[in-house]
Design a protein around this ligand. Sequence first.
Ligand code: NAP
Length: 282
Amino acid sequence: MAIIIDGKALAAKCKEEIRQQVASLKRRPGLAVILVGNNPASRVYVTSKEKDCAECGIYSEEYALPAEFGQEALLELIDTLNHNAEIDGILVQLPLPKGYDYDEQEVLLSIDPRKDVDAFHPYNVGRIMIGDYTFLPCTPAGVMEMLDAYGIDPAGKKCVVVGRSNIVGKPQAMLLLHRHGTVTICHSRTPELAAVTREADILVSAVGKTGLITADMVKEGAAVIDVAMNRDENGKLCGDVDFQAVKEKAGWITPVPGGCGPMTRVMLLRNTLSAALANGKG
Ligand code: NAP
């Protein structure tokens, strides 16, 4: 029976540490969150980010903009925030509304890399690649934090990451590599996925397909990290991993909800704190 990795409890501990560090700063960190359009899921994320900031003493500004706000106006707003000394982090909630003239890549490029607390700017992506970074993307950073907290050292282990997105899969693989894991990345065109995942000492699934990872795909005693946030047929939040069956076989497992989600949220606060420190607010 696996040890259940309690992301919620660990996130609460990290948050308290951040709150204490923020309280000791000369000036408070500031985060600007930009939400364009009225995607309900994005609305929930933005509200929770503001609540998290308030709990840690981080100043936050929300820009809730209509879908038709437009690319040029958005770039102008980002430029203003880039030059605003109160603001250390700028986050544009993705996806931007479909059916308008938004260019997400241009938007991400317009954020000052020193304020890019999502770590999506190519400059920060490049720094992650060479292992010299100020920010890590929040979800993979949260995964590493959980592995560390439970004494799961990637060094010398076979690590398999399922999913190769720029925001989760690729940076996750890179972080495991930096920590001396032997890393394999799988994706939709990987043949015989089960044969690959069965080799993993550390298995991270970041796909978005309920029930993708079944018990027969998991090595006995492996650490299984489920990044996905899916809805089952009853609308209940769930991951990629068949939690009930896999927990009987794995050594460690993250639940959904209560695993990667809370850790992702708290890593944004840590990034904002790091940005403020780099900005001389310490
Ligand atoms: P994404 O951009 O859609 O990427 C999904 C990846 O899964 C792709 O690389 C895709 O391969 C691969 N894939 C699809 N079907 C597959 C299959 N049958 N076998 C193996 N690989 C397959 O998604 P994402 O943004 O990385 O997010 C992944 C999941 O994590 C989603 O459920 C998302 O909601 C969740 N998420 C959670 C958090 C959190 O806070 N916990 C944060 C971010 C994301 P190809 O590249 O070949 O298409």
